[in-house]
Design a protein. Structure first.
Length: 711
């Protein structure tokens, strides 16, 4: 495509062609628009594969429209409707000869249902439609004007001695009568109602009725139904629509009624929005009135008796007002300028299902007040008429939190974990075993939406890594106390085992590390050089050792080193200068640091925490027995040694892994990063005065180490 062509504005037009008498099928074309924005020339056929080259968006509606056009090509119809005994598609020209009356009806139903859906998409999305378009013409001359409002039919019957004279009148949105006989009229679809018509290049819908009902009146003003056939005709054809359309009748016996049966509260989707509203209809048994409808009476035909008679229904405005007062008192209000009601405590644009949510929350009171709730429906989905309740609890499982909850909706109990993917996808309709759907409350999507992105679902449990603990802080969960770790940390006071005085900011840092300890979270302490990161870490390790002893004080050790194990320590048994109980409760903290800092760390541990026994895991004579290493409180090693001994160290369940100068693992592709990430530890701490040396990517690997999966 050259540059000039790329600058031309294009659109897609859906063209209707009569392929046989009364049967119209569509084709989609890419059409250029002129400088005035009018449709100009056909460029080529439009498909999902070709529109991209013309900078035309392939959205959901457009994709569906192409599918429908494809299904309405002659070859597709022939294949879909071939008689069962034929293996190959039957040409449409032969279909009528090969099939009976029911087969012809199946053909029309197949075509009309799909054509109806296609035209509704065009109506909603303002896609242009044309009729009998030719390739070398200006498309604007073949474009149809599409009307969003419906033509309202009125049936007129006059009973005479010869029979019943039947007329059909149509009125447009302004109330003006549309003369059928004086214009060119095409009935496009016969089902479902409302039927689609073309009247003098106007594409319109016939409210309540199928399109083919108009055919007898294209050439004549009235149809005469013989007297002997009148009753049967009314029962077969008129009874189905008599309560939906306006009727005039003359010459029939008349009965008058004014009894309001109920107010039916319908859930309806706004024709131009994705939003659902509530619409009250006043039910008088044989007919209904919209709550704000101006018409005060309706004439009906009673076809139940031996003779057809007239029923005149008069509205009871006082009784209707009582129902409307109930709705207002319960929190609904009429939307100005429309026929709809909406919850008064919610902004109009708040959410798609605000009206449905209100209906479900007030279902029982509405029934008690006498309202008729015929059932709520969203698209093709029937809604289960119960509001949902959620109970959610939390338990700890090593490095995970288990979120166990149950949703109660009517007679059903649903594990909360099964809702996770629906919340994640913002899909509010959850299928129930009885074929209906329950509406997931909007507030659940808001409250648990972020959480749903991080949990892992295992059977009926949603598992959350400890590194994402902060996602739970705003939830009131059974078994969860977000403040507990903070309260424990604030109560910390250095014990006698710490042979140093902490400065205020150091004490604050230790408390912060202790809070992370109880939350099961890793931490990065990034104080500047000389501010005492080593001392703060030693204080936390002492705290962890003390906590560990307190937890196990009721389970004293019963074994000690045997002679062989003593020999394997290479004379280092003197390092275990504590009781057997202490000896069997080693902290097992691995501290990884540059080689130049090994002796500095050892000196500070011996000075500030002499109760902690330590070993240097460096050099060629370093200990290679896992059983021995596991008996030390502190194991000091270097990054290079940890990399070389990762298989050995992987066998130890460390309580802590501490990285000093943690920027050493800033490269996530490095062997050191991969080796250290493979080790097991309940808690991880990184220390660095310069965690970011070049870019933010330096920080990613350090965050991944201390809290795997957080980023």
């Amino acid at each position: 495509m050259n540059t000039t062509e790329e600058l031309v504005a294009n659109d897609i037009v859906y063209n209707l062609v009569e392929v046989e008498t009364g049967l119209y099928l569509p084709t989609a074309y890419i059409v250029s628009r002129d400088d005035d924005g009018l449709l100009a020339h056909v460029r080529q056929k439009a498909t999902a594969e070709t529109v991209g080259a013309f900078q035309l968006e392939l959205n959901t509606e457009r994709q569906r429209s192409f599918t429908l056009v494809s299904e309405l090509q002659i070859e597709a119809i022939e294949a879909a409707l071939k008689p069962p005994k034929f293996r190959k598609p039957i040409p449409m020209a032969q279909l009528n000869a090969l099939t009976n009356k029911e087969g012809r009806a199946a053909l029309l139903k197949y075509v009309h249902q799909r054509l109806n859906e296609l035209l509704n998409i065009c109506l909603k999305a303002d896609y242009p439609v044309s009729l009998e378009l030719e390739r070398r013409v200006l498309v604007k001359e073949y474009e149809l004007n599409t009307h969003k409002s419906l033509l309202e039919p009125m049936l007129s019957f006059k009973k005479t001695a010869e029979g019943v004279k039947y007329r059909l009148k149509l009125k447009d949105s302004s109330g003006e009568e549309v003369k059928i006989r004086d214009q060119k009229v095409i009935a496009l679809t016969n089902h479902p109602a409302p039927g689609w018509l073309i009247i003098e290049r106007q594409l319109v819908r016939l409210a309540h009725l199928n399109g083919f009902v108009i055919k007898p009146f294209v050439t004549k003003d009235e149809v005469v139904i013989p007297a002997q056939a009148a009753n049967n005709y009314f029962r077969r054809f008129i009874a189905r629509v008599v309560s939906k359309v306006e009727i005039e009748a003359e010459g029939f016996a008349v009965e008058q009624h004014q009894e309001l049966i109920s107010c039916r509260l319908e859930l309806v989707q706004h024709p131009l929005e994705e939003r659902y509203y509530l619409y009250p209809k006043m039910d008088y048994g044989q007919a209904e009135f919209g709550w704000n409808e101006q018409k005060q009476e309706r004439t009906l035909l009673d076809t139940e008796g031996e003779e057809v008679s007239i029923i005149r229904l008069l509205r009871d405005k006082a009784a209707e007002s009582e129902y409307l007062a109930h709705l207002t008192a319960m929190g609904l209000k009429a939307v100005d300028g429309t026929q709809y009601f909406h919850p008064s405590d919610m902004p109009l644009k708040s959410e798609t299902y605000a009206g449905l949510s209100w209906l479900l929350n007030h279902w029982s009171p509405l029934l008690e007040a006498g309202f008729d709730l015929a059932g709520a429906q969203v698209g093709e989905h029937n809604i289960y008429p119960h509001a949902a309740e959620l109970s959610l609890g939390l338990s700890e499982d090593n490095d995970w939190f288990d979120l166990k909850g149950e949703v109660s909706v009517g007679e059903y109990k649903i594990p909360f974990a099964k809702l996770i993917k629906y919340i994640r996808n913002r899909d509010r309709l959850y299928p129930l075993p009885n074929g209906t759907y329950f509406l997931i409350p909007e507030e659940w999507l808001t409250q648990y939406g972020e959480l749903s992105e991080f949990v892992t679902v295992e059977k009926d449990t949603a598992k959350l890594a400890r590194s994402h603990y902060t996602l739970l802080e705003n939830f009131d969960l059974d078994g969860a106390d977000p403040e507990a770790a903070r309260e424990i940390a604030e109560a910390y006071k250095p014990g006698s085992e710490l042979k140093a005085s902490l400065r205020p900011y150091q004490l604050e840092g230790v408390k912060w590390l202790i809070q992370h300890h109880h939350q099961g979270l890793g931490a990065c302490l990034a104080d500047d050089m000389g501010l005492g990161k080593t001392l703060q870490t030693i204080a936390v390790l002492l705290y962890a050792k003390s906590s560990q002893q307190n937890e196990k004080k009721n389970r004293p050790a019963q074994v000690s080193l045997n002679d062989q194990e003593k020999e394997e320590t290479n004379g280092q048994l003197g390092l275990f200068a504590q009781s057997d109980e202490d000896f069997l409760q080693p902290l097992r903290a691995l501290i990884v640091l540059p080689a130049s800092l090994i002796y500095n760390w050892a000196a500070e541990i011996e000075k500030f925490a002499p109760s902690l026994n330590l070993v240097h895991h460096t050099g060629p004579s370093r200990q290679k027995d896992v059983r021995v290493l596991s008996r030390f409180d502190i194991i000091l090693t270097t990054y290079q040694t940890a990399n070389r001994d990762q298989e050995l160290l992987r066998q130890v369940d460390f309580s802590y892994i501490v990285l000093d100068e943690s920027q050493q693992i800033k490269n996530r592709q490095s062997k050191a990063f991969k080796a250290l990430n493979s080790l097991n530890a309940a808690h991880r701490v990184s220390l660095s005065g310069t965690p970011i040396e070049n870019s933010l990517s330096d920080l990613w690997s350090q965050m991944q180490f201390i809290n795997p999966g957080l980023l």
